[in-house]
Write a protein that binds this ligand. Sequence first.
Ligand code: G3P
Ligand code: MG
Length: 255
Amino acid sequence: SPQPTPGDGPRYIAHRGLSARAPENTLAAVQAAHAAGCRWVELDVQLLGDGTPVLWHDAGVKRCSNGRGKLFRFDAASAARLDVGAWFGEQFRGERMATLEAMLALLKRLDMGLNLELKVTRGRNAIELVKAALPPTLEALAPEKLIVSSFDRHALTAARALETNPDRLRLGVLDDKAPKRWWRETERLSAYSLHLDWRKLKVKRAREIADEEIKLFCYTANDPVAFDKLWEWGVDGVISDDPVRFIEHAGQQQA
Ligand code: G3P
Ligand code: MG
């Protein structure tokens, strides 16, 4: 099968950091991704109750920490007391919830690319999230090292209003599957990419998107063999819990 050729933009993106091998959305997961040779990570950003942006996926803290309760019930001090590593593995005990500030410093130091997902959970304010998370991110990372995505259209609209130049802010429209007139949203937002669920993608729609000036990324795929057909359809990149498997698979096919 044809091999993905490296070009402009990411090919392999570590989902929530290297979440197959380290606790998701942590500094450790980004360090693990870097150590494994991944150049891009996808991370979810939300706000604590005091407005501090942190990398966190769920609306609550239970699944990925030793605490319980909604994320917005925590402030910077109480969130910093949570252990967010031990649930994944003993060797990660003592890991702390990553603030966006600390994460951006790490990404900058490692020269990594970031797909920042603006995660709007039920009842949370999309505009507030954009206002708190986007300026420091734009300040820290070069435009070609950043893609800001969201399922939430209000968040994307607010992001585009904050930085109207599409060359200075690459936006990604997240959806489970592309709506029939998928270009309406991407054009309205001057988006850089579409991010779709790989299991719901059909060849016809994939080729239609591949024919346009828009990138297509698929989440969350962990089987590089099953994904081979998607490369053939013109998909540009994969968001995976373990992109190392994809990199190795591509290497084996080239050998
Ligand atoms: O950005 C792709 C993917 O992360 C979207 O789903 O729930 O894993 O954040 P989720
Ligand atoms: Mg995500």
